[in-house]
Design a protein around this ligand. Structure first.
Ligand SMILES: *[C@@H]1O[C@H](CO)[C@@H](O)[C@H](O)[C@H]1NC(C)=O
Ligand SMILES: *[C@@H]1O[C@H](CO)[C@@H](O)[C@H](O)[C@H]1NC(C)=O
Length: 210
């Protein structure tokens, strides 16, 4: 049974994919969850979470892994839970510290230390000593509140980037089409009309001179 995933992975390495977010952010002292998707056929394989060393290697073995079942596995501040029907597994890191920031892999265990994986950048956002939730008030030029404010705006921008780019692409496409219509259709029609008017008036003048 476990041979099937192995063969699929060897024969179709690109198709046997694990995907997930590129980056996740959690506050220092708080927690962060990462959900990764895997392809059909890998439900019964183990799922792992590790620090990235290279694109195919973990730096120090698996931090935490399942052995296939959906039961939640907990190990210190880390937990991992598989969901076979959705083909996702969720890794949670609690009590985040600065040293938790870095690049990780979520992946499917195919051989002992290997398998398809996806790289996720974990960002730990610093918690400021005076963390008042009312920083949205006019910041009265308090220097410590400014970074939070800017940061939250930039993440929102990041989140809304794809739709914006998409709609910009669409509108520029629309204006391109309009330009093509103008040059390819409206301009020739206009020139034809001008020619016709000139031709008719020349002929009219010619025939009236006769
Ligand atoms: C996280 O930290 C709190 C307070 O220091 C502690 O009570 C809790 O057990 C920690 N959680 C884990 C999963 O280590
Ligand atoms: C998997 O996800 C489905 C849909 O959200 C849910 O109903 C089911 O309980 C989940 N299974 C586990 C083991 O969490």
């Amino acid at each position: 049974m476990w041979m099937l995933p192995l063969w699929l992975w060897i024969l179709f390495p690109g198709c046997v994919a694990v995907t997930g977010p590129q980056t996740v952010t959690g506050p220092e002292g708080g927690s962060v969850s990462v959900t990764c998707w895997y392809n059909w056929g890998y439900e019964m394989n183990g799922k792992f979470w590790c620090r990235k060393r290279s694109s195919v290697h973990c730096s120090d073995g698996f931090i935490i892994r399942t052995s296939g079942p959906e039961a939640k596995v907990q190990k210190g501040r880390f937990s991992i839970q598989d969901n076979h029907s959705l083909r996702v597994f969720t890794v949670t890191m609690e009590n985040l510290t600065e040293t938790d920031a870095g690049t990780y892999h979520c992946g499917v265990v195919i051989t002992l230390w290997s398998g398809p994986r996806h790289a996720v950048e974990v960002i730990v956002s610093p918690v400021l000593p005076t963390s008042m939730p009312s920083t949205m008030e006019p910041p009265a030029s308090t220097e410590s509140t400014t970074p939070i404010f800017t940061w939250s705006i930039s993440t929102e921008d990041k989140a809304s980037m794809p739709p914006t780019v998409h709609s910009m692409g669409l509108s520029s496409q629309a204006s391109n089409i309009h330009l093509l219509l103008l040059v390819g259709l409206k301009l020739p029609v206009f020139l034809c009309m001008v020619c016709a008017v000139v031709w008719v008036s020349v002929r009219y003048r010619g025939s009236s001179n006769d």
